[in-house]
Write a protein that binds this ligand. Sequence first.
Ligand SMILES: Nc1ncnc2c1ncn2[C@@H]1O[C@H](COP(=O)(O)OP(=O)(O)O)[C@@H](O)[C@H]1O
Ligand SMILES: [Mg+2]
Length: 485
Amino acid sequence: MAVQQVNETRLLRKFNHPNVVRYYLADSDLDFVYIALELCEGCLVDYIEKTPVGEKFLKLHSDSGKHFKKVILNDVLSGLNYLHDLDIIHGDIKPQNILLRKVKQRVNLVKDLYFEGVLSDFGLSLEIDEGRRSKTAHDNLIGSDGWRAKEVLTMLEKASDKSIKKKSKKKVKGTKAVDIFSFGCVMQYVMTEKSKQYYMHPFGDINHRNYNIRAEERRSYLSSLPKYKSWKPNLNDVLADMLIEICVLGNPELRPTTKEIAKNPFFWDATTMIQFLERVFNDIKSASKDSGFGKILEDNWSKYHKQGFTKEIREAFNYNTKHNSKSCSPHKLCNFLRILRNIRQHYQEIVARSSKEPICKALSDCLGQGGDEDFSRYFLEKVAGALPVVYLSFIKHPRIDSYHSYYSLEDLNSEVSEERFKYQWTTLDKVLLRQDNDGGQVQRRSRTPSGQGSSESSNGQERSQTPNANGKGRSRTPSESRHGK
Ligand SMILES: Nc1ncnc2c1ncn2[C@@H]1O[C@H](COP(=O)(O)OP(=O)(O)O)[C@@H](O)[C@H]1O
Ligand SMILES: [Mg+2]
């Protein structure tokens, strides 16, 4: 224990980042090492599970609550990016190790949000030797049960298997991708806010997680929702689900890096989203017709929006029909982008005419001040598939090379990104078309014994749930407790 604690202290001394817990000093006696750290308000589990809504913290369902999720996840990502730049694998990312620091006011963000996310507990962290992307398997690289990546589970199995020779055991490597896997799991935990409607962990309840992680049976959290006619996915949730999907892939090579995640549209603000779509629209318009991209885009879109977008953005569509001589099919994504651009360009005139023209009045009532947030709320959140479809399709556009600020270099160049995009399309199908929808009845699936809903207690261990209804699906894995601490 002391050796490990000394290692932890050595790392803590080195750190200097707003999203890493502040270290003050350490002391030791014969039995223990004592580490003095800044005192935080609690960990993510305290916020999401223990705090009575509306009491000490902000309500999760309020506008600030929505921001809270994105802001805290962004904090965790920044902390992780800092560690990875230092070639350190945290090794134990989970809600209990993400602390919340109280701050007076968050600058430039949400005015009543008073917390920042802080990474802590470096007891299982590893330093990667210079020039190497991975660290040879090590007793230390074990993480916590339920938050460990597939390759870590395999590694642990091999390590405990006496029939495997020591030499071949050494070949197994742990990489920064183990943290990305855990980050994806934490992201689902935060996004679903412990709501019973959703799958709060991508791999189900604690009894079935390891089985599901090995089988790569991930639960899209939105796909747990029943097929209500009126159900409309929220853009933020759709983007989150798509990002989680690639973070928790079984193959560590396919998982994005922290820098790639930071570029993902889930972390874009309203201005970036709107500007991206306008730029794409201009590029589509100016591209030579034979590039074929327009067709790719519309083909991809047709499956998600057979009924068109008139219902969602009625006011904008009516305005466009009245003020543009060109007829505009509500089935084409390109027309959606055109309407968005036109109305943004003419918004001041629209507001000025609102006392005379009912159509302008209706539109300006919806768009308020006409800021990017307003446009995003009206256009993008109402037609939640638009941004994801453009984002995923545009990677095939001939001018994609000039889109460095929106896509990571890896996305623009490698075969890896092609694989990743495939997974994201599949998630989009699940979420928007309700494919693979099990209406919350996960237990009936015989291959996936993952539980649904949430019953994780404050120490991060879900209460045992009945295995799936057909009696199968008991986890094959022995329950592993956290070692090494
Ligand atoms: N600096 C801190 N401020 C507030 N709470 C903390 C702090 N450090 C730890 N905790 C609380 O104690 C729990 C356990 O601490 P941790 O350092 O993760 O040790 P362990 O090795 O037991 O996991 C955390 O999940 C958190 O709830
Ligand atoms: Mg801990």
